[in-house]
Each structure stands twice: as C-alpha cells, then as structure tokens.
Design a protein around this ligand. Structure first.
Ligand SMILES: Cc1cc2nc3c(=O)[nH]c(=O)nc-3n(C[C@H](O)[C@H](O)[C@H](O)COP(=O)(O)O)c2cc1C
Length: 151
C-alpha cells in the first residue's frame, strides 16, 4: 500500500499535521512519501494507492475563509481518478475551506475518499493524535479491499 502525503504550510502547523498523518499510515504498514506540494516525487504520487492533500485555512478569520494558496496545488500532475483524502488546518472554522477544497478536488477529477479539518493553533498546537487516527482509519478503509467472503 503506497500513500503520498502532500501539504502546504506557512508556519509549520500543517506540516506537523502532515507528519503525524504520515507516521500514522506508516504504523499501519503503508509505504509513505511526504512532500510539500511544491516539491513532490511525481512518480511516487502517480503510483500511490491514496493521495493525502492538506493545506491551511486562509481568510479574514471567519470571513472569506478558503484553502490557502490553492494555485500551488494546481501545479500537481494529473491526479484525476486517484483516490484522495483532503485535510485543512484552521483556527476558527474549517467549513468553508473544506468545501472549497472539495470543489477544487472535484475539478481535478479525484475520487474523494474523506475530508477533515484539524484545529491547529500555531506553536500552541494541541494534541490532535486522536483526530489524526480517525482520519487515517477512514482513509484506509477506502483503499483496503473489503472481505467479500466466499460463501
Ligand atoms: C493570514 C492568515 C489568515 C488566516 N485565516 C483564517 C481563517 O479565516 N479561518 C480560520 O479558521 N483560520 C485562519 N487562519 C489560521 C490558520 O489556518 C491555522 O493557524 C493553520 O493551522 C496555519 O497552518 P500553518 O501553521 O501550516 O501555516 C489564518 C492564518 C493566517 C496566517
């Protein structure tokens, strides 16, 4: 199982969330590549069974919140038909940025598996390991063949 985690971070919070996600998938036995969106390994990404893409929420703290620097994500190679889980970090609300992030992903033709927001407050980040475990669990369910049984 191959998983590419790609993130966009300004102050490091989203990078830490991405690191924790990558570690969580690794502990489940996946082969994980983790990259800033501007410096990916395109071959690894194209071979991956699952893409995880994350960015932070930008806006005027509540008004006009959106996924940050979405233009940089447009530079990703063709990810259509690929299974992908999205996440955003935020301080006030993830709703608008997740919604627009999902629209972006649909525009890129990805097969959306899961989306989730993580409340990350700069250097004072609280422990989000249980939310991350939830994220990895929901994501991995979508790429693990279900036991169809034989009888
Ligand atoms: C310029 C700026 C604008 C932001 N606007 C919002 C916002 O509108 N809503 C929100 O929930 N969080 C907002 N945030 C909080 C960030 O999304 C949050 O702190 C995030 O974890 C930062 O990720 P980073 O550490 O990877 O840069 C803003 C942060 C910055 C720096």
């Amino acid at each position: 199982m191959k998983i590419a985690v790609m993130y966009q971070s300004l102050r490091g919070g989203t990078r830490r969330a991405a690191d924790t996600i990558a570690n969580s998938f690794q502990s489940l036995g996946a082969s994980v590549g983790i990259y800033p969106v501007t410096n990916i390994d395109a071959q690894f990404v194209l071979d991956a069974d699952l893409l995880v893409i994350g960015t932070w929420t930008d806006g005027l703290f509540g008004i006009g919140a959106k996924p940050a620097q979405i233009g940089k994500l447009n530079a990703l190679p063709d990810i259509s038909q690929k299974k992908a889980s999205l996440f955003v970090t935020y301080e006030i609300s993830p709703t608008k940025s997740l919604q627009q992030f999902e629209e972006w992903a649909q525009g890129r033709g990805v097969d959306l598996v899961h989306k989730q927001g993580f409340k990350v407050r700069g250097p004072f980040s609280k422990d989000i390991s249980s939310e991350i475990a939830d994220f990895t669990q929901r994501s991995i369910e979508a790429i693990t063949p279900t036991d169809v049984g034989l009888g």
